[in-house]
Design a protein around this ligand. Structure first.
Ligand SMILES: [Zn+2]
Length: 90
């Protein structure tokens, strides 16, 4: 069974300019994911500085929508696969 689009990445975007490139100010970029909520990032475009927490809050609604969309996609695909399997059994 193959499910598409599940690994779609959800990028955080700058609430000011919509850019999705940030530099990490307090920890190396690769450690940011596991870092503190108060670690700061800077938008590479408008140079605005946010804490990780602020950025996540600003993006929360968008992330929720994306997750809902992905869940919907998966449900539809599973439904299709199951119907296919049932047809084979008959
Ligand atoms: Zn920006």
């Amino acid at each position: 069974m193959k499910l598409n689009n599940i690994e779609k990445k959800i990028n955080l975007i700058c609430p000011i300019c919509g850019n999705d490139q940030f530099s990490s100010l307090d920890v190396p970029m690769e450690e940011l994911k596991d870092g503190l909520e108060t670690n700061r990032v800077q938008c590479s475009d408008c140079r605005r500085i946010f804490t990780k927490e602020e950025l996540l809050n600003e993006n929360q609604e968008r992330i929720d929508n994306e997750v809902e969309q992905i869940t919907d996609d998966i449900t539809k695909q599973l439904d299709k696969e199951i119907k296919k399997m049932l047809r084979k059994i008959k």
